[in-house]
Design a binder for this molecule. Structure first.
Ligand code: CO
Ligand code: CO
Length: 356
């Protein structure tokens, strides 16, 4: 279990314990698939001596097996039980790692139980999560493949006349057929809406002459994919076709730059320089990519300030874009893993401009 790796790191860095509420870190460290049940306190308590126990609502009584656990029932005060566990674990004070996404009201109640110094759990777990093992990369490959297959399906649909929100729903259903679910709500941005990188699909109907940005992803055993393709309906605006070629070149340059030992910002630079040279620098308004894994946005971030040194096993997106207000936009996004020293694409969908 990866929890033991965290416990070794805690000892190296002089942390006394950790309180981990449900989320991707808990899943990553233990494999437990407990989610928050509303406001009910659910916490994994860990100490540096290697003891750990889950405190969970009794709703989980039949779900958590082969794991040390204390249940509490509605009507009981879970913080009384937490206080006992903290005493047993010799954690009535000290340096505690706290799950970054823990509810503030849970943390406020924890603060009443002792004199602690708190630190974000992510500061340690990020080092583990950034380097994926073979099994994790296999799941990501599977999630990427599902997104590729959905792209092929989309190309067979009658898109002209369809509303953005209808297309987004169809993409979601197709993803759910082929995977465990979606990694985020699909983005469909057509025509001028394409100038907004995070456009929310609306009532606009797709029409001939549109460039359409499709950004979506699948989940497989918790791991995410994230793909963007921009397609042309009918004969698109010639300037957008020119922009497409610039984005494609920037995406390729960044992909070729991605390898073991370089800084994340060098990948960003490769894309940014290509776009700036073509005269569209001011229209590339976001970072080149983000790490991908159990969360759809995680470390390492691939931006102008990315100081992470890329290593084998790191997985991230490369997704430059150009967004021209009043005209539209183009983005191309692939998922990439550093493997045997080099960047390898997990996303295989066609990258040439497709005209339907
Ligand atoms: Co995306
Ligand atoms: Co992305």
């Amino acid at each position: 279990m990866r929890l033991n790796k965290l416990i070794s790191l805690m000892n190296e860095r002089n942390f006394d314990g950790a309180l981990i509420s449900p989320g991707t870190n808990l899943y990553y460290l233990t494999g437990l698939t407990v989610h928050e049940v509303g406001e009910r306190l659910t916490l994994l308590i860990v100490n540096a001596n290697g003891k750990y126990r889950l405190l969970a609502p009794s709703l989980y009584e039949n779900a958590v097996r082969n794991f040390p656990v204390t249940f509490w029932r509605d009507g009981e005060n879970p913080y009384d039980k937490l206080a006992w566990i903290l005493a047993e674990f010799h954690l009535s004070d000290g340096r505690l790692l706290i799950e970054d996404t823990m509810h503030a009201d849970w943390l406020i109640n924890v603060m009443r139980l002792g004199l602690f110094e708190f630190y974000p759990l992510s500061s340690l777990v990020r080092e583990l999560r950034m380097r994926k093992d073979r099994g994790e990369i296999e799941m990501m490959r599977h999630a990427a493949k599902a997104a590729d297959r959905v792209f092929d399906e989309i190309l067979s649909w009658d898109l002209v006349g369809m509303r953005e929100r209808e297309l987004a729903l169809k993409i979601e259903l197709a993803l759910r057929e082929l995977s465990d679910g979606i990694s985020f709500e699909p983005i469909v941005a057509s025509g001028k809406n394409g100038a907004n990188p995070h456009h929310e699909p609306g009532d606009r109907r797709l029409r001939k002459g549109d460039m359409v940005i499709l950004d979506y992803g699948a989940k497989w055993r918790g791991y995410c994919s994230d793909i963007t393709r921009t397609i042309a309906l009918g004969g698109p605006n010639e300037r957008l076709v020119e922009i497409y070629e610039v984005v494609k070149e920037a995406q390729e340059k960044a992909y070729r730059a991605a390898r073991e030992g370089i800084l994340a910002k060098e990948v960003d630079q490769a894309a940014r320089e290509t776009i700036a040279r073509a005269g569209y620098g001011e229209y590339f308004t976001h970072r080149t990519g983000h790490g991908l894994g159990l969360d759809v946005h995680e470390e390492p971030y691939i931006g102008p300030d990315g100081t992470t040194v890329l290593e084998n096993g790191m997985t991230f997106t490369i997704e430059p874009g150009i967004y021209v207000p009043g005209l539209g936009g183009v983005r191309i996004e692939d998922d990439v893993v550093i493997h045997d020293g080099n960047g390898k694409r997990l996303t295989r969908a066609e990258r040439e401009l497709i005209r339907l």
